[in-house]
Design a protein around this ligand. Sequence first.
Ligand SMILES: [Zn+2]
Length: 427
Amino acid sequence: MRLLLVLLILLELLHSDINLIKQENSDSNTTLLVIGGIHGDEPGGYFAASLLASHYKITSKNLWIVPNLNQDSVIANKRGINGDMNRKFASIKSKDKDKKIVDDIKKIILEKNISLILNLHDGHGFYREKYQSTVFNPNAWGQTCVIDQCKLKEDQEFGNLNEIASIVRENLNKKLLQKHHSFAVKNTNTKFDDEAMQLSLTYYAVTNNKPAFALESSKNLSTLAEKVFYQLLAIEEFMKIMDITYIRNFEFTQKGIAQILQDYGTLKINGNILLNFSDIKKSLSYIPLKSKSNDFTFTHPLGQVKKSNGDFVVYIGNKHITTLKPQYFKMSQNCPNKLGLVIDGESTFIQKASAFYVNDDFKVSKAKNLRVNIIGYRKKGILQESDIDINLENLSHKFSLDNANKVYRIEFYKNDEFCSMSMVHFK
Ligand SMILES: [Zn+2]
């Protein structure tokens, strides 16, 4: 009994709700930790963290990313569904629903290799030293690099917070999209002046002698791409200061960022269904799922599924992508991994749960004991839909996966059990 208890506790410790993405090079212990999504309604921060994870490759030192710390609040697009998570780092009640996440991120912050921490936010307005208006004033947080104090201990690497933040500000201000977006360093003098900030993540780090900064883009910037642009610009400046080299695979302009923000990637379910999110319909019916323990694997770091009224609601960050209405099946255990097809007259094979592209028509080759169901194809008297030439006109728009009505599902079954789903794209 005692052994079982120990095991259960161990399992509990191993299980973490935090999505920690690591890019590591063996040559160094220097590690930058970037945290997005402590506040669920600040998408500039968490989409920047996500693009950093998916579109940058670190070629020296290390980068750890938690793209969406407060995942449930991100989905809800609320600051904090259980209150403000960034006010729970000095103490937290044992019953607080955020306790596990706060405890876990504290442990990560204190890990020996962590050299510097960035906590990403979208703040109100544009910070100015003197009051100009409700948007431009000293109480605004937007477009600032926030520090709790000027310095850490004398010998602490990256401990001169004010100097580092000032370098970042100088370099950012050379690359502004518009003049009024200018950046400032905001020192909250937390220890003496700011009781609320004494409860924050960065102050917890700083009091444990870990260099930490909050990066705030502005909620008053007009597009998500602009917010992400400034966050990434600032993160790149920090990487330069830390000697972290990197390559990125997109054009670093507002337009280039807007473009990759549109790419929501794909979702694989239970290893046997592939869905591409580009232009996907807001609701899809009769998706063959298991009655419990479905495995959802996203290519996008902010992908999440929330069960609601029997449906599976799919999100990328705070954006609702689609809702899957399930039809529950038993999963067949001995299905083929490869499926035979004739695409535009040429015989070929595809892997299960993959996509293929067609100019004019295709047919699924007959396979023993495998029933083929091309969703949206209906012809009287036909139950088995293999070995039939299918073109776009044969398919009913009602059953397409996408709004342009060019992508359809092909499902494979063995007896009454589900095997896999592939996608056909008509060009
Ligand atoms: Zn915030």
